[in-house]
Design a protein around this ligand. Structure first.
Ligand SMILES: [Zn+2]
Length: 249
């Protein structure tokens, strides 16, 4: 190294100090990211149904099929699993942009459905701040509208998550109705949903709309409609987490 003048030495010392502080800042940012809340998004169903059975709740002898496969768009022909995933991916993008960590139970529609105990355990293991199960409904009676399912009170199964899930359900239902504009079918407390009874974290299952209704299918099969559904859920989730819903766009 050539001999340095005093000014050069001072500049070198300054550069070393700046590099060290930059290193410190970059190594501390993963810590800050890890402290952000985590939302688990569970796009309903998968490419194939799963006719195996599983207990409806921990310790229960009542068995229920893992996944009947979901519904299908009456005009778009799109399987529910495909629409659920498209909306879920948009929701993940919006939440990440707002500084929320996201984990998804699936990111492709190519497998046999993983079943509902596994979906709940995926969220439990990650101590999710919210577990959001994205679905669309089907009906033979021409029904329309958005509703959100949440766990009914069951001591030993859902007593610890009942109140927070209900609050999450109210906020996401309001967000969806405001954004999609479908009829408001309200909330449904359900005791028969395996993925609720096994959950140890706040959980809801929004039914965005009815794919058996031509108008709602057209909206939910379109990019614009999928974005509206994602924005509506994002707003409800951010409110639940005590954050500004305006960051959802
Ligand atoms: Zn479904």
């Amino acid at each position: 190294m050539p001999r340095l003048g005093n000014l050069a030495k001072a500049l070198l010392a300054l550069a070393v100090a700046l590099a060290a502080s930059a290193l410190l800042a970059s190594s501390s940012s993963p810590g800050r990211a890890a402290s952000a809340p985590l939302v688990v998004i569970d796009p309903g169903h998968d490419r194939y149904a799963n006719s195996a059975t599983e207990p409806i709740g921990p310790g229960s002898s009542t068995m229920k099929i893992k996944d009947g496969g979901g519904t299908r768009g009456v005009v778009s022909g799109k399987p529910e699993a495909v629409i659920n995933l498209a909306v879920s991916k948009r929701l993940a993008t919006l939440l990440r942009r707002a500084g929320i960590r996201v984990a998804m139970t699936r990111t492709t529609t190519s497998h046999v459905s993983m079943g509902n105990v596994a979906r709940a355990q995926f969220a439990n293991r990650r101590h999710a701040a919210a577990f959001v199960r994205v679905h669309c409904d089907g009906s033979t009676s021409g029904t329309t509208g958005t509703h959100t399912l949440y766990p009914a009170y069951h001591r030993g199964w859902t007593d610890d998550i009942y109140k927070s899930s209900l609050r999450l359900a109210k906020l996401v239902q309001a967000g969806l109705v405001g954004s999609l504009g479908f009829p408001n079918r309200g909330l449904d407390a359900r005791s028969d949903i395996t993925g609720f009874n096994w959950a140890n974290v706040p959980v809801i299952l929004p039914e965005l709309g009815f794919l058996t209704n031509p108008g709602e299918d057209r909206v939910l099969a379109s990019s614009a409609g999928q974005q509206k559904a994602a924005v509506g859920m994002c707003r409800g989730i951010l409110r639940f987490l005590g954050r500004a819903p305006s960051s959802c766009g």
